[in-house]
Ligand binder design. Structure first.
Ligand code: GDP
Length: 370
């Protein structure tokens, strides 16, 4: 990595120099206030010293080209490509069946319930959640009633729908300031642009942006591009003071959408700085953005990393890139939180859906109804 030190009177000026010199892929490694010049220790000038770096040979991540967009009414399963795949799938299913039979049993182990349980587990629904749902279905049926598999799945769908609360776009704007947090690359900035456009077009709201994501120059540039396209103001906040001043400056706007640092969420410093912003006295709602492409266990772990931050709801992105939807119920059922939006593609603003229980039901059950 090429690393250089910059000294400038302010952070924006330092960032400008870095962008010109190292390009937009530069990252800020460290920044601090320094005093220089002066005479006999007097009249020293305050400057900002920034250490920035850029990788001259970045590893190319091959971004998958997305052609297929999921419509939330029908869920397909990918057919095996050859005979070996088919056999492998069957062995995996057999193994799951044996594991299940060795494990804790359902309240009724008839085949239709076992099959429904397998379907949920295949969808990466957490075992405890899957069993809770199937046992609820077992409890609901009339005594000794024999249910078809379709009927079981239909009742599974009803149970899911009953447990999930709908999200209304109007509750998004209860607070003027709305902050979006989450790991790098999940799609925060893209989602913010989609939400901004939706609020402007559907609710005639006056929208403004603030970004506190000053770690990567490219991240600021990306939001700047959206700000230009949507013709909304963007303030860049390098400190808590800047953030408070930006919110003050944008008071005339109906909604202020805040993009946050795209750092590694495992760094406690990142979560800590988010907590400071939340504790700054400015009333705001925080949405946690998670990518549905991650494994169910990883999604839960990420959620828990943000445990100390009060969250209004979660947003799941990249729904179009997976066929396993278990987290859409694992998170609301086990972490007691609603899902506000789903995003299903890269197009701004079209690929944004207000999450409702029926969409989730269809994803999970594969639209199986009696
Ligand atoms: P951030 O680092 O969290 O701000 O993420 P970005 O907004 O920069 O998005 C990272 C990448 O994910 C970009 O290539 C986006 O186009 C892509 N992306 C965002 N949302 C979606 C989505 O719903 N589906 C797909 N397939 N890609 C998405």
């Amino acid at each position: 990595m090429k690393v250089k030190k910059y000294i400038a009177p302010s952070m924006p000026e330092a960032m400008q120099k870095i962008r010109k010199d190292l390009g937009i892929h530069a990252v800020i490694l460290q920044s601090k206030e320094v005093k220089s010049g002066g005479f006999l220790g007097l009249f020293k000038k305050k400057n900002i010293e920034v250490i920035a770096g850029v990788d001259p040979n970045p590893i190319q991540t091959s971004e998958k080209k997305i052609e297929k967009k999921n419509v939330p009414t029908k869920v397909e399963t990918v057919p095996p490509t050859n005979e070996n795949d088919k056999i492998l799938t069957e062995i995996q299913q057999l193994k799951k069946m044996i594991d299940l039979q060795q494990g804790e049993q359902l309240d009724d182990n008839r085949q239709e319930f076992q099959l429904a349980l397998h379907h949920l587990l295949d969808q990466e629904v957490e075992e405890t959640v899957a069993k809770e749902i199937i046992n609820a279905v077992i409890k609901k049926r009339k005594k000794d009633e024999v249910l078809s598999y379709e009927r079981v799945m239909s009742t599974v769908g009803d149970y899911i729908e009953e447990k999930l609360k709908p999200f209304h776009l109007s509750s998004l704007t209860q607070n003027k300031v709305i902050q979006f947090v989450g790991p790098t690359g999940v799609g925060k900035t893209t989602t913010i642009a989609k939400i901004a456009a939706t609020l402007m077009l559907k609710k005639s709201k006056k929208v403004a942006f603030i970004t506190t994501d000053t770690y990567r120059i490219a991240a600021i540039e990306q939001l700047k591009t959206y700000a230009r396209i949507l013709d909304v103001p963007l303030e860049v906040a390098y400190s808590l003071g800047d953030f408070q001043a930006a919110v003050e400056k944008l008071q005339d706007y109906d909604v202020i959408l805040v993009d946050t640092a795209g750092r590694n969420f495992r760094e406690q410093k990142y979560v800590q700085s988010l907590r400071e912003t939340i504790a700054s006295g400015i009333e705001m709602d925080t949405y946690l953005v998670l990518a549905l492409t991650a494994k169910s266990k990883d999604i839960q772990e990420t959620f828990d990393q943000f445990d100390s931050i009060p969250k209004k709801a979660v947003i799941f992105t990249k729904v179009d890139e997976t066929t396993q939807y278990g987290s859409l119920i694992n998170i609301p059922f086990t972490r007691n939180i609603d899902i506000a939006f789903l995003t299903n593609g890269q197009d701004v603003p079209d690929d944004l859906l207000a999450c409702d229980a029926e969409i989730v039901r269809n994803f999970i059950t594969g639209d199986a109804r009696e």
